[in-house]
Design a protein around this ligand. Sequence first.
Ligand SMILES: Cc1cc2nc3c(=O)[nH]c(=O)nc-3n(C[C@H](O)[C@H](O)[C@H](O)COP(=O)(O)O)c2cc1C
Length: 444
Amino acid sequence: MAKTSEINIGTALKLPCGVTVKNRVCKAAMTEGLSDDQNRATQKHATLYERWAHGGSGILLTGNVQIDHRYLERPGNVVIEGKQSNEQISRLRAYAEAGTKNDTHLWMQISHAGRQTPADVAPTPVGPSDKQLIMPGAAFGKPRALEHDEILDVIERFAHTAKIAKDTGFTGVQLHGAHGYLLSEFLSPDVNTRDDQWGGSLENRARLLLESIRAVRKAVGTKFPVALKLNSSDFQKGGFSHEDAVQVATWLNDEGLDLLEVSGGTYEQPKLVGLDKMTVNPDRAEEVRKSTIAREAYFLDYAKDIRAVFKGPLMVTGGFRSRAGMDAALQADACDVVGIGRPLCVDSDVVNKLLSGASDTTTIFEKRLEIGPKILRPLIGLNSPIRFLSTLNGWGQQGWWCLQIINMGEGRDPDLNMGVFKALTGYQANEKKTAKAYNAHWNA
Ligand SMILES: Cc1cc2nc3c(=O)[nH]c(=O)nc-3n(C[C@H](O)[C@H](O)[C@H](O)COP(=O)(O)O)c2cc1C
């Protein structure tokens, strides 16, 4: 085994289940929106993940794959529930075969969107309680609190989806316990105001998460990688706190996880993409150069406390951009795996370049609306004091990344010249069209 001081992103990693991953870089989960109108996998997934598989990451995490067609994160999510048709099985197999090329692991992220289901998918979503999501510029209905039996059904669904992932050739699964989706909502005392065995104390709020992990492990056996994405904090007053996260991480020691990924934030506090720290700089390359290692990976400090209690492999995602920053985090034993998301929307080959030394850094484009006189532009960004503008920019950014993923899924290269306004309108149009197809199929 390599000494910590000798570990770098190219070092292989043996997981507790016995599986070895070829290096320390994991492509973070990014929603694709590439399903067909019945929420099945398509050739576009295979095209996209084959491209990423050749890009050098040791592990590719898929975007959200949903366990219940009624509660999606996006109308174009893949859904795996109930008995699978032969057609869906063969599409999933093709997806898995493409994404595991080049000795790459392809792990399916499995999820339930809870109250963060958009209103055009579910006018009345579900959650631990009936507390509605407040988010400017987006429509989410008032949720209905899940009944006890429905919670048990959620646990079974996680296990079922994981089993299908395994059976169709995916080489691991990750439960999505972060970012304000259902498992993360149960953890939050702000969102979960139940007074039964699923709410109240942290032990009760963590019950759905822990039971879901146990059911998944039982379904896939001990030799198959099972991972979890967990918030280091919701970064919201009254929400799932950092102390809560450290306690949950301690409990996770009993669950035999193969990888714990640390992230943070929710739709209400979009810290997962560093929104409150993201300076909107037209000189994008400078953004990267100016970063210090500590500022580069914005959850590392939080991960330190989790590292102190959690004994399994740890992954940190959010902001990693330089080879030096990634190697430094590994050599400082802050984590075992680095997660990278947005850079892989710009350049699918960037991990190969980092591994070979052809590049020292990744690029991400932080775009903003180019409106108004130039002198006012500093005000028109992601952190604009004018809330409406920062929201528009935030949605525009998200649309930009999502459209690049669609470009690659459809066999094109990313369009790096795309403006944020075009991204915003193009993304909205795409979501509208997909939601129409979703409703025509499921709610006709
Ligand atoms: C377009 C896009 C889609 C995302 N979709 C998901 C998702 O489906 N599941 C998830 O856990 N995180 C998702 N994320 C968050 C990423 O996994 C990651 O935590 C975040 O982008 C920070 O990493 P980065 O700074 O390397 O991009 C998404 C992020 C982006 C930009």
